[in-house]
Design a protein around this ligand. Structure first.
Ligand code: FAD
Length: 401
């Protein structure tokens, strides 16, 4: 088949790799004129790494990544540790995959290199998809230049503001959550005595929380700071915010957090919007994946990982439909993909929503009731804390199921 993919981000490039590996021809239509170093860090959990392993991409992806020692929760102002559970070794032993911290640009670049190794001309940059036409036996992707690109399947992997979804489901009606996320990446060498720990660390506070971790083999510090705020803004990897505002938002916080904000060469500001479950993910030969069909709040660090899982399952289910030979029903494969993926993605979306409340509580009684048992579990029963993630990190879409 000729597979057209709108969007050369994380989900689109993983889908390209999965379809190439299955023997199909692939064209990725990416609107950006070049793959630039936009965005910040991402956490890629073992359920995502198992897919990258199966696609032969994990060595390249992990080359410049960082392997966090532990998962921690601290109080934002004092830095007091509420719990810490091992992650580096536990991840392989318990969930059969690595837990990585990686710059989004490094991940996209590594995936792109894996795709172009197999098919040097597969990625077309500067190609903006505006819509599609189902033709009965195939599909045509419509580009902003008026060009029509014909194929057998169009995968809408064009992210949170997807044009493919807009045509399939009509205008988007996101709900502002009242939260904005600051993001910054800073060389550790600039942080003096206050580098962030070599862990995946959540810092909890009143109506705000922060997440710190390391990137590029530990040489960069990544910061995400989520603050409740009434003012609406953009959902974009490139919206820049003012340092004075970020410092105000984290006034009185631990020096680790303040130092990162002080030294950040650029502070990105992403307003967090929520969307309900989409009624459907496919229409004829057009199908959605990743943020295009299940954008989620970042409080589970799973948006990109879910896009990676989607990509693998999509190629697998299309392959299964085609294996029926004469009269193969590709659209049945797309429906099977949606039926498998939607319940899982929706569950992750829901848990991410609940986590926002967990990190932002400031009532001392609540803190005692919630953090007390967490401290005990982290110290004496780390496997209880790990067990809470088994359904997520232990999942393996590359298995025979
Ligand atoms: P994207 O990565 O957004 O890629 C979409 C691509 O499509 C882009 O390259 C874009 O240029 C292109 N495109 C858009 N429109 C068109 C068009 N019309 N035609 C052609 N191309 C087009 N996820 C994690 O797994 N772990 C984390 O730790 C994590 N942290 C996060 C922290 C924050 C603050 C935020 C906001 C998100 C976080 N995420 C995380 C979520 C993650 O970034 C997204 O879920 C992920 O990037 C989605 O991948 P995607 O391929 O669906 O979309």
């Amino acid at each position: 088949m000729q597979i057209l993919i709108a969007g050369g981000g994380i989900g689109g490039l993983t889908a390209a790799l999965a379809f190439l590996k299955a023997g199909h021809s692939v064209t990725v239509l990416e609107k950006a004129p070049e793959i630039a170093e936009v965005g910040a860090g991402l956490q890629i959990s073992p359920n995502g790494m198992k897919v990258l392993d199966a696609l032969g991409a994990s060595a390249r992806v992990s080359r410049d990544a960082f392997r966090p020692r532990a998962q921690e929760l601290r109080l934002g102002r004092s830095g007091a540790r509420i719990f810490s559970v091992p992650l580096r070794e536990a991840s392989q032993a318990r969930w059969r995959g690595e837990y990585l911290h990686i710059h989004r640009a490094d991940l996209v670049e590594a995936l792109k290199a894996c795709v172009t190794d197999r098919a040097p001309d597969a990625v077309r940059l500067g190609a903006t998809v505006t819509g599609y036409e189902n033709t009965g036996t195939g599909i045509v992707a419509l580009l902003s230049t008026g060009e029509r690109v014909a194929g057998d399947l169009l995968v809408g992997a064009d992210g949170i503001h997807s044009s493919v979804r807009a045509q399939m489901l009509g205008p988007d009606k996101p709900r502002f959550t009242g939260n904005v996320a600051w993001r910054a990446v800073v060389p550790v060498s600039k942080l003096g005595d206050y580098p962030p720990p070599e862990t995946a660390c959540v810092w909890a506070g009143k109506r705000r929380h922060a997440v710190t971790y390391r990137l590029r083999r530990g040489s960069l510090a990544n910061f995400v700071g989520v603050v409740e705020c009434a003012e609406l803004g953009d959902e974009s990897w490139t919206s820049v915010g003012a340092r004075e505002q970020a410092l105000k938002d984290f006034k009185g916080w631990n020096p680790v957090i303040q130092r990162i904000i002080d030294e950040a060469p650029l502070l990105l500001r992403w307003s967090l919007y929520d969307r309900p479950e989409m009624p459907k993910w496919q229409d004829g030969r057009a199908v959605l994946l990743g943020d295009a069909c299940h954008p989620m709040l970042p409080f589970m660090a799973q948006g990109a990982v879910m896009a990676i899982e989607d990509a693998y399952v999509l190629a697998k289910e299309v392959g299964r439909a085609l294996a029926k030979g004469e009269g193969a029903d590709v659209e049945a494969g797309l429906k099977a993909y949606e039926a498998i993926r939607k319940p899982r993605a929706t569950r992750v979306q829901n848990v991410a929503r609940e986590n926002a409340a967990l990190f932002h509580r400031s009532n001392p009684l609540y803190q005692l009731g919630t953090y007390g048992p967490m401290w005990v579990a982290g110290k004496y029963l780390p496997s209880v804390v790990h067990g809470r993630h088994d359904w997520l990190y232990g999942h393996d879409v590359t298995g025979p199921g």
